[in-house]
Design a protein around this ligand. Structure first.
Ligand SMILES: *Cc1c(COP(=O)(O)O)cnc(C)c1O
Ligand code: SF4
Length: 347
């Protein structure tokens, strides 16, 4: 399965009545970003029309999904826009390229219990939802078997037990899909569950929502993170300086004031950001928005994304230009995910 956008699958409590309450959306703050999600563009003709580009159509095994606030940052009439390239399907996607496979990270083998993936010491990844607010063409999870990982109410108790019994774990990372696709009520419930485990002191959220729909950073969300005893870390996924605007910066400022550590990871993508100047500008813009660059990921060799590949040599050259022109704290770490290694691997 791929990021599930129309099906709302998420971690379930052990109580159906509670589940209904966690998803009931009478809160106007929630309704506002959820409306943006629902009104997103879902087909290529609509996308091209909205951008004043000539219509074309091609088959893709991964649907188009572009929310309004992200669309508004794409330049009209420019078929080569770096944001457009991240969301538009192309014929290159359906080509078979040797070495590009459906599940490059072989994550299924690391699952401790359904929904819980541990690869590295001290931290676990929790798949809390299969939904995303945007479909990124380069996504390494585009063929991910989410259904097999979706924690149900039975699994949830097992996850909590597994975390409780392993005192070596001090950080829980919420992942997906996109964990901020969950309602604030459900997120709060998960945070409270994690808080019951005494040896866990950090909660980390990896999300693309703060940049693609900044309205997702609600007052309630900020309160949940500010009030928790857990140290909160938000890792945004921003690939290009054009993705940042004032609405994003304002959302980030509010999070920073709530003592949330803000980090960013990017994916190095051909014809999007494989350029030292673009990435240096990104680092500086992130800094202005109170976010520090964390990782620059080499593309995972997922089937359908080969046209985004940047060679290791080129990546190194880009890094050396960045190191020579930026303070150390604005240089992200260039890493690659190598299955079986004890951490992300430096390139
Ligand atoms: C990337 C990743 C992490 C986080 O690694 P950090 O180096 O701490 O950012 C944790 N678990 C899994 C399974 C991951 O893929
Ligand atoms: S990169 Fe993240 S937000 Fe984009 S499709 Fe993949 S999981 Fe969803």
């Amino acid at each position: 399965m791929i990021p599930l956008t129309d099906v709302s699958l998420q971690v379930l409590s052990t109580n159906p009545a509670l589940d209904r309450a966690l998803d009931s959306d009478l809160d106007p703050e929630q309704a506002s970003w959820q409306k943006i999600v629902n009104e997103s563009i879902r087909d290529i003709s609509a996308l091209l029309q909205a951008l004043g580009l000539p219509d074309q159509s091609h088959y893709s095994n991964f649907p188009i999904l572009v929310p309004g606030p992200y669309l508004s940052r794409i330049e009209r009439g420019n078929p080569n826009d770096p944001l457009l390239r991240q969301v538009i399907s192309t014929v290159q996607e359906v080509r078979d390229v040797p070495g590009y496979i459906e599940q490059p990270l072989n994550e299924s083998t690391f699952a401790k219990t359904s929904g819980l993936i541990q690869k590295y010491h001290g931290r676990v990844l929790l798949i809390v939802t299969g939904s995303c607010a945007i479909n990124c063409r380069y996504c390494f999870r585009r063929h991910f078997p989410y259904q097999d990982f979706q924690p149900t109410s039975k699994d949830w108790q097992r996850i909590i037990d597994a975390l409780m019994n392993d005192t070596s774990i001090n950080e829980v990372i919420l992942s997906g899909g996109d964990p901020l696709m969950m309602s604030d009520k459900r997120l709060k419930w998960i945070v409270q569950q994690v808080e019951t485990i005494p040896h866990i002191d950090t909660i980390r959220i990896h999300s693309r929502l703060p940049v693609v729909i900044p309205q997702r950073i609600t007052k309630t969300l900020i309160e949940i993170l500010a009030e928790s005893r857990l140290k909160a870390v938000l890792v945004t996924h921003i690939n290009h300086p054009q993705e940042l605007d004032e609405t994003v910066s304002n959302a980030m400022l509010a999070l920073q004031r709530a003592d949330v550590l803000l980090l960013n990871q990017s994916v190095l993508l051909k014809d999007v950001n494989n350029d030292a100047e673009i990435l240096s500008t990104l680092s500086k813009q992130l800094f202005k928005a109170n976010i520090l660059p964390y990782y620059l990921h080499a593309l995972d060799p997922v089937a359908g994304a080969a046209h985004f590949d940047v060679s290791g040599k080129e990546a190194e050259e880009i890094m050396s230009v960045m190191r020579a022109s930026l303070p150390g704290y604005l240089v992200p770490k260039l890493v690659k995910e190598v299955p079986g290694q004890p951490s992300k691997s430096p390139l």
